[in-house]
Every structure is written in structure tokens, then in C-alpha cells.
Design a protein. Structure first.
Length: 162
């Protein structure tokens, strides 16, 4: 499957929308029903799905700003086959808002079953929400800084992984 700029941007807009919202999974190689909202219907294998997955992972690093942490892009196929699906697992990002640096340079958010451009107010609100999350983590780390010295005489060890 060729990866045109238009198809790349369409897929990455959905990825960005999940990263800016509450996580999700994008699957390429599955047909959908005509229902509203649509549902997965049948697998339609993509040729060279592993190659496409690699190209999409590189594209996400190249044209999404800031880069989305914890983005998993993989090809899924039967043993020994090259055709299959591409699965993109997206986690809610602490670095949001993210935007697509190509085309119209929008930040996207998930609304129902669509990825839509965010308004300026939504971008500002998301930025403030993520900043508050960082401040909460910093406050918890400060609280640990107060607890750890009291425990030094103890045989208990605390390992902080950031």
C-alpha cells in the first residue's frame, strides 16, 4: 500500500485526536459497516503491512509536534504472511496538545467517532489541564522528598522511577 501525504495525514489526524483525548486504537485493514456510528465489519488485508507500519511510525515522528510518547505502531499478519492489518495503539499524552505539522497544521481531538480540529479555546484548556497534571506530579515528588529522609534510618528502600 502506498502512503500518500493525504492518507498519511488522515491516519495521523486520528492518532493525534486519541493522544489529545483519552487514548484509543487505530486499525488499518478493517472495513466498516454503514451504520452510524460505524462498526468493524471484516478484515481487508493490507499488502506489506509491516512496511506500512514502519513508514507510519516514522511519519508520526516526522510530522507530529511534539512527538507522541508511548505510540505503538505494528503490522499484524498470519505467520509467514506479509499482508495483514496495521494496529496503532495511542495513549493519552502528557505532552498534549499535539498537532499535525503538515497541511493545515491542526491540533485534533476525538468527537464521537471523528477526529476534528480543535478550537483555540480547546487547545488552551488542554494545555492548562496538562500543566496542572505536571504540577500534581511535582507536588507528590516534593511530598516524597519529605518522607524519604525520615526513613533513612529504616531498612526500607524506596525506588522512584520517573
Amino acid at each position: 500500500m502506498s502512503l500518500t501525504e493525504s492518507s498519511r495525514n488522515k491516519v495521523l489526524s486520528k492518532v493525534i485526536a486519541f493522544a489529545n483525548a483519552h487514548s484509543g486504537r487505530v486499525i488499518i485493514g478493517v472495513s466498516e459497516t454503514d451504520d452510524l456510528p460505524s462498526r468493524a465489519d471484516a478484515i481487508v488485508p493490507i499488502p506489506n503491512c509491516h512496511d506500512l507500519a514502519e513508514r507510519l511510525a516514522h511519519a508520526a515522528r516526522d510530522v507530529v509536534s511534539p512527538q507522541i510518547p508511548l505510540l505503538a505502531v505494528r503490522g499484524v499478519s498470519e505467520q509467514g504472511e506479509t499482508s495483514g492489518c496495521v494496529v496503532i495503539d495511542v495513549h493519552e499524552s502528557p505532552l498534549a496538545p499535539h498537532r499535525l505539522e503538515a497541511g493545515e497544521r491542526h491540533c485534533y481531538v476525538r468527537r464521537a467517532d471523528r477526529a476534528e480540529p480543535m478550537t483555540m479555546r480547546e487547545i488552551q484548556g488542554l494545555t492548562v489541564d496538562r500543566l496542572r497534571g505536571v504540577e500534581r506530579v511535582a507536588a507528590r515528588l516534593e511530598a516524597l522528598d519529605e518522607i524519604v529522609p525520615r526513613m533513612r534510618g529504616d531498612s526500607t528502600r524506596i525506588l522512584i522511577v520517573a
